[in-house]
Design a protein around this ligand. Sequence first.
Ligand code: TPP
Ligand code: DXP
Ligand code: MG
Length: 589
Amino acid sequence: MKKPSLNLINSPKDLKKLCISDLKTISKDLRQFIIDVVATKEGHLGASLGVVELTIALHYVFDTPNDLLIWDVGHQAYGHKILTGRRDIFHTNRQLNGISGFPKRSESEYDAFGVGHSSTSISAALGMAIASKLKGENKHHIAVIGDASIASGMAFEGLNHAGVTKANLLVILNDNAIGIDPSVGALKQYLTNVKKGTQKQDNIFEALNFNYSGPIDGHDLPLLISELNRLKSVEGPKLLHVITTKGKGLKQAEENQVKYHAPGKFDSKTGDLLPQKTNGNEPPKFQDVFGRTIVELAKKNDKIVGITPAMPTGSSLKYMMDVFPDRAFDVGIAEQHAVTLSAGMATQGFMVFCNIYSTFLQRAYDQVIHDVALQKLPVIFCLDRAGLVGNDGATHHGVFDLAYLRCIPNLIIFAPRNEIELRNILYTAQLGLNKPIAIRYPRGRGQITDWQQPFKETPIGKGVKLKSGSDIAVLSLGSIAQNVTKAIDKIKNNEKVSHYDLRFLAPLDENLLHDIFLKYQTIITIEDSTVIGGFGSAISEFCTKHKYKNTIKTLGVPNQFIEHGTTEELHHICKIDSKNIKTLLDTLI
Ligand SMILES: Cc1ncc(C[n+]2csc(CCOP(=O)(O)OP(=O)(O)O)c2C)c(N)n1
Ligand SMILES: CC(=O)[C@@H](O)[C@H](O)COP(=O)(O)O
Ligand SMILES: [Mg+2]
């Protein structure tokens, strides 16, 4: 008999040949394999380490891919990828042209549903279960969902529907008591009480007609296997509650679960984070400018409150939560609620800074329109991670916001070019605008180190000229201006090129635009968002409306989903990097 080894597992069929003690060896190997790759290639760590045993048990007991297995969010599915034929390419995870960091239908038949945004798994698995019934197919449908993701409205909607069906649906609640940041809310308290055995009220899942079992130790492989086998013959919707430790098997990841959610590079032996390459004088992240400025403003203005749906660390609202715990709220993965909660507070005279990643605001589109803009409530939306975010890929790029927000009446849309502009617009917004504003800024560092300048009010709807030239006008919006500046600096005849930062997509600076359209025959627009419907479209519409005949070239994210890679690589692919901009300008001069 060959020694069991992860190297021999090319599909779940190979797992099924092993006995349970061999599976324990595989779980050790799998954990180490994930640690070794993520230590150098980066990505999400803690969540996958926590579900190693669960992943093995699921593929051991169920007949995947015939049985349909859905991972909620999917950041915990590295073990699943490795066991389902992607071990040898796992080192390409999240890299350009490599495999995706999330399950993806086009990548593998084992990835039953594409994920990335949370709390979709129950609805998708229920949909599949109902479809199987209609087709007369006998298969299992399994949704694995975390304790933070199950608290989202969409997950509740799925549970609520499933509970009145006879669907063959198994929901596995992977309860590690944390999301990216510690889980929040009454459901978290309920789950804690269930674990401690102090829960007095009825079981919430049983009340929703689910067959509930657990909580069980999610690191006990034999127990998981026997429980999953038992559940195979239980009819209708069922929920298995498993308790796991996020980061299991790597001491630092267990002890510092927030940091090790996605830790960057680390030493795979010791678990220690590798020091960042730094010259000690880097410009700050836009996120830190947001976090530190809002604290500074909140000290003077007691009407300021902050809201984040489950991203306090990522957005840096954490700074305000630490200083003003009563005025800064993490509401959990609840984007829709976050927006309408903000609207409610705004009706009562509060200055609400609602910080949501651009991609996740897609969840709350109706709330932005119906609850905020229609009532002209002056909520201040801070749209973090706008533009191409890099290695998280297509599910996470914040490239649709300009298009989906521009058509909403009453909404001011601003994109700061740098940290000082972000700081000043935050200041301006809390002085009191009579309408809502969306402020979009990218992931990561800006360019200005001495950003803590005295506040200056930003005139609403005013663009600026950054460079004068004679023939061509380049119009950019927000931080992508950097790429334009770099390109212009490298051009020989750069006296022919002007550069304007419009700053506001709404209201557009029409006076400035008239000047530009009258002065330059050729106009180039550039944005780090989809060219359809966004900034370039707005400028083209202005041109048509005023019957100008200028030549307009719109640069931006093309009308296709952009996959993962570094932000620089993706800018290059979309031809909005400085090199491509320079090449274009060279051909036009
Ligand atoms: C709609 C949406 N909002 C926010 C996020 C960001 N996000 C990714 S993972 C995560 C926490 C998930 O926690 P949990 O479900 O408990 O899974 P765990 O990481 O603990 O395994 C969050 C907030 C997301 N992916 N989708
Ligand atoms: C899985 C998920 O949605 C988050 O973990 C996301 O990857 C966070 O992105 P940032 O690293 O940009 O905060
Ligand atoms: Mg969790």
